[in-house]
Every structure is written in C-alpha cells, then in structure tokens.
Design a protein around this ligand. Sequence first.
Ligand code: UDP
Length: 364
Amino acid sequence: MKYDYLVVGSGLFGAVFAHEMKKRGKKCLVIDKRKHIGGNIYCEDVDGIRVHKYGAHIFHTSNRQVWEYINQFAEFNNYVNSPIAKYRDELYNLPFNMNTFSKMWGISTPKEAQEIIAAQIANLGILEPQNLEEQALSLVGTDVYQKLIKGYTEKQWGRDCKELPAFIIKRLPLRFVYDNNYFNDRYQGIPVGGYTRIIEKMLEGIEVRLGVTYRAFAEENGEVAERVVYTGMIDEYYDYKLGVLEYRSVRFETERLEMENYQGNAVVNYTEREVPYTRVIEHKHFEFGRQPFTIISREYSSEWHQGDEPYYPVNNDKNNELFEKYRRLAEQENSVIFGGRLGNYKYYDMDKVIEAALQLVDSL
Ligand code: UDP
C-alpha cells in the first residue's frame, strides 16, 4: 500500500488527523471533492475581508489542551461573539441575559427577571422538558420564547419546536448578569490570518488532491491505503442502504456594499418567522476591519436534498436511531473509520471536532 491513511475530506477533522499522523511517521493522502481545503471553515479573502463562505465560525472552547493545540497554527484575536436579535422593530441582546430581560420587560434586577419568568412558567406544567419547546419555555418563559426562539428555531430547522431535541437550546447560555458574551467558554476568538491558513499549516508536507470524490478516486485507484478515514456523510458512504439521514442545508446570499459599516455587529439574528433568512453576517466585524466597504451574507436555511451541501445533522430520535444502525455497520469495518460532523452525525463545534480527531489518533 502506498499510504497508511486515505483521509476523505480536508475539513478540520481530516486536517488534524492527517497532521497528527504525519507527526507519527505515517503517510497520508487527503482528498476533497471541493476545489479548496478546509471544509466548512474555509474563508475566502475578498480585498482583505475574510468571508466565511460556509457560515460564520467563531472558535470557542473550555478545553485548555484544545486551545493550546489550535494556537500552534494561529494567533487568535479577542473577538467576543455578542449577536443581536431583531424581532420586528425590537432589538435585543443575546444570549438571554439581564440586558435582554431589561429591554423586554423594563426591569433592572435579576430578582425581577426571575419573578417574571417564574410567573410565566408556573401555569405551563412542564416537569421534565421533552423537547426544544418545553426546554426553552421552562428556561426563559413565554415572552422570550415567542419573540426570540420559536420563529428563529423553526426557520433554522424547518420543524416545529416540539419535534426538536432539547439539547439544541441548551447550547445557548441563560444568565442573570449583564453579560452579552454568547459563549460560556474560557477561550474564544477568530484566528488572525483566517481559518484556511490554519488548515494549510496543518496539511503542510501532506499530499492533497482537490476536486476528487471518494467514489471516483476509489474506482480509479483501487485500494491505496491501509485505512480510510471518511469525514463525509456516513449514510452516503453506504449508499443510503439503511435509509436517508436528515440534514439541514444553508444558502448564503452574499453582497458587497459600498459603506463602511452596515449593521454595526458581526451577527444579527432575525427571529420572527416572516423574515425568510435567519441571520445576517457582516464578516469584517469578526476581525475589526476598517475597509471603506463591507460584505454581508444573509443566511437561508433549508431541508437537505441529495446534491445539496449538508451542514447540520437533525439529531432527533428518528435520525439518531437510524444513525445508530449505520454506526453498528461501521463498527464491522476493519479499514474504514468515520469522523467529523458528517461521519459521526453529530452537531459538533470546532473544539469538539479537534478533541475527537486527537482521541482517534491516540486510540490508533
Ligand atoms: N436560537 C434561537 N434564537 C436565536 C439564536 C439561536 O432560538 O436568536 C436557538 C435555535 O434553536 C438554534 C440554537 O439556538 O438552533 C443554537 O443556535 P446557535 O447560534 O448555537 O447555532 P449555530 O451557530 O450552530 O447555527
């Protein structure tokens, strides 16, 4: 065999894996069906503004090892994510915190906010939240749910909040202090020089072939490696033979505007159902850009169909059960390992992807 590992997909999982294996003296070949490396963390430089082509990525973690790991490849700026939520003509701070509550109810103390939420929850009779709606209601009450969660969530996921798992909303902090930091994590920032540069550095000295699908590659070359690390969709790998897993796809409408500052923030969420997009990203604000022009992307969420780019696994019971069947099938494989958001069908953040890749390397 020419290679120890054929890594399918040059996103964060594949790049960390290949980098670590190279350090251990293994020979890897990385292939990617796209014409560029980096998977969905790829950014495109447009006259000095790095455009997050596949959606905004903000690095955050509480794992010091992961933070030190990623800092080998880039220095991080001090960007702190503090999205604004726009509901009709009302603006609120996110995540749900004292700024949000004081704007919503005209109150100023945590006690007042907690009393209002408690009163709103009292009659709902939710003991143990069974889905996203119950989870959200029991955390923040009806007003915040109606204005800031329901419409946004149903747009993003294309499903009723009662049909979505509770864990999705638990990603968002809820706090009774005046703190607009979207994340609770100890470390956070955007890499100076961009995400693509990180992947380039990880892949230094490793053979990479772009614009090649796994299927076409395998047909043409046969088996070239002892093992395959597959970071694409696990159900696609198996030709959907046990059924099709559901994903959400995202479409971006990107526009260059001849003004310095369009919305005054990197992320503005449009939380009412009637606006068709979920959020507008103004890319320069991730890096405190001062260019005389700006670039924005409106983000539209849609159900994934074969041929679309998959972004989010829909981790409800039905899909998790189907994934479990694929996982059991995968367990039988001697020479193929699945990884990353698509291979593991998991709503991973970047830090968790790195953790998982490092764990896999250790276990091998
Ligand atoms: N969410 C919401 N309102 C918002 C922002 C987020 O209800 O203004 C909910 C929504 O259900 C979403 C989840 O929180 O799916 C997670 O949001 P996050 O910003 O973490 O999603 P990502 O950045 O991964 O798309």
